[in-house]
Design a protein around this ligand. Sequence first.
Ligand code: ZN
Ligand code: ZN
Length: 171
Amino acid sequence: MKDFFIRLKDVPSKGLDVLVNDQSVWTGPILEFKLPYKISVPCESRLNIQVEGDCCILKGYIRGALTIPCDRCLEDAYVSIDSFFKIIEEPKKQDSLDISFILEKDGELYLDLAGLLWEQMVLNIPTKVLCSEDCKGLCPACGANLNKGRCGCRKSAGDPRLEIFRKIKIY
Ligand SMILES: [Zn+2]
Ligand SMILES: [Zn+2]
């Protein structure tokens, strides 16, 4: 992972072309944060890095695919990652809460490329991951996966707020 810290000073004025296909860039944080993600198609990013002053201009793409448990049924859902990005990364300003992938160490500025490429992956994961648009999810009563058929539970017990009226006997 340490290889992915690029000293800004080392980036030539015409820019630097980088190909990143070391899966540890992505599997590292997945393990570290104990995320239920699996890489199903190896990820790669090809990008160009330009340095302007203490900023980096990054242009490139990230591609690959993950399997992530479906939000409704918990089965594997396939999440394809395929996006272009153009980012202007600036060093963190004092008192700012923004995250920056440009870090200062011993008076030198470095770009944390692995951190930035992890963020690019995360940005491409939908907030609600579904195995399919019409996933039926799990039965709230027995937990059966309703995509695999009906579970035998009674369809609905009705609105519990109306329960009181069902208990009233009408003579
Ligand atoms: Zn599902
Ligand atoms: Zn059920």
